[in-house]
Design a protein around this ligand. Structure first.
Ligand SMILES: Nc1ncnc2c1ncn2[C@@H]1O[C@H](COP(=O)(O)OP(=O)(O)O)[C@@H](O)[C@H]1O
Ligand SMILES: [Mg+2]
Length: 375
């Protein structure tokens, strides 16, 4: 039995429906990340689990216990809010010690308190700030202290609401690694929400992608990256976003704007159907010579070349459609004509609609289709 199980969770604020029925079961000690844009319902999900949303309905079980009618402080959860609240007149150490002194979180001897605070503050990189007051801290240090106040408490489930959002990029990357270790150390199940796909990929044992109050895909980081269920998930995960090219299916093959031909998902996709081909910018490679037949080919002209340190982001006009490619090839200049290739397996085929469902991956076309193009 997982330590957190959610079934048919709905939440509304007056007429606004924020959650449309969330089903989710976390395994014991799992680090689960809910990923979604602003307004998707991430905070509402956490607050509903914590018992803080009046308009929430559905089943929440923590450590096997039904939470219906159970007060927030009795649920065995520790929640870190997006807006970090600290006692201004208390030092970092006193802020962290207060949850341990309240009696609600067990009885701690002063030595045990000190050890627990040391462990958490070392992980968060704030162990040298124990004597400081909140006003003497940077935003990032305040956010880590607020996170520390949550993590010192033993809980069945940690609920963390974008806890790294106020940190600069470098610190955020460092904290990602540290946080993961903390989860392992404390052995506590964690439900973590963020709008940052890199955080989700780095931290999550599994990821749930939330769109307008619905979980549209749940899977491992590898699954959501390699097999996004639709164009929404595909665009949410990855930066620059996945390119989407319109194509029309004919006899199991699809013609792209550049005249290249790919095999769709086979004869299941009816002729005449509009599909979209999704290719991640890093899955496109620039080749010098006529590309071999074993990959998808796109030809176009470089409109913009933006250097990003080791790699270059190219904006390429392929028959009037903008395609983004990220390569390590620094020789390419604006105005150059280029040939781009992608492995068939890295070409995602999506159907119609918004968001469009993923039908599968492309594969090598039949020789006849290659020769004549999709008729
Ligand atoms: N207190 C509230 N009153 C009314 N609507 C709210 C309230 N809190 C959130 N909402 C609405 O519920 C939806 C989900 O919000 P929220 O859970 O905060 O999203 P997220 O955390 O993913 O940005 C949004 O449409 C938001 O405007
Ligand atoms: Mg939020």
């Amino acid at each position: 039995m997982g330590s957190l199980a959610i079934r048919g969770l709905t939440a509304r604020y007056g007429k606004t429906v924020a959650l449309h029925g969330i089903d989710l079961e976390l395994t014991d000690r799992e680090f689960f990340v809910v990923l979604g844009p602003s307004g998707a319902g991430k905070t509402t999900t956490l607050k509903s689990v914590a018992g803080l949303v009046d308009g929430a309905a559905g089943e929440v079980r923590i450590a096997g216990r039904d939470m219906t009618g159970v007060e927030p402080y009795d649920r065995g959860v520790a929640m870190a809010f997006e807006s970090y609240a600290l006692y201004p007149q208390r030092t970092v150490e006193q802020n962290l010690a207060s949850p341990l002194r309240s009696g609600r979180n067990g009885t701690w001897t002063p030595a045990q308190q000190a050890e627990r605070i040391r462990q958490v503050t070392t992980t968060l990189g704030i162990d040298h700030l124990l004597g400081r007051y909140p006003r003497e801290l940077s935003n990032g240090q305040r956010q880590r202290t607020a996170l520390g106040r949550v993590l010192v408490r033993p809980a069945e489930v940690y609920l963390l609401d974008e806890p790294l959002s106020h940190l600069d990029a470098k610190l955020r990357a460092a904290m990602r690694a540290e946080l993961k270790q903390l989860g392992d150390l404390s052995g506590t199940t964690t439900l973590y929400v963020t709008h940052d796909y890199q955080e989700a990929l780095a931290l999550g044992d599994r990821i749930g992608v939330l769109r307008e109050g619905r979980l549209v895909q749940v899977g491992t980081p590898t699954q959501v990256w390699t097999e996004p269920v639709d164009t929404f998930v595909a665009r949410t995960i990855g930066q620059p976003e996945m390119n989407l090219l319109d194509a029309v299916v004919d006899g199991g093959a699809a013609r792209t704007p550049g005249g290249g031909v790919v095999l769709g998902v086979g004869p299941e996709v009816p002729a005449g159907d509009a599909v979209r081909l999704g290719i991640r910018p890093r899955d496109l490679e620039i080749v010098d010579r006529q590309a071999p037949d074993d990959r998808l080919v796109l030809r176009g002209r470089v409109v913009l070349a933006e250097r990003l340190g080791r790699s270059v982001e190219l904006s390429i006009d392929v028959a009037g459609v903008q395609v983004i490619a990220v390569t390590a090839d620094h020789r390419t200049r604006e105005g150059d004509s280029v040939t781009l290739v992608a492995e068939w397996a890295n070409v995602h085929v999506f159907g119609a609609g918004e968001p469009a469902p993923r039908l599968g991956a492309a594969c090598r076309p039949e020789p006849a289709q290659l020769a004549g193009g999709a008729r």
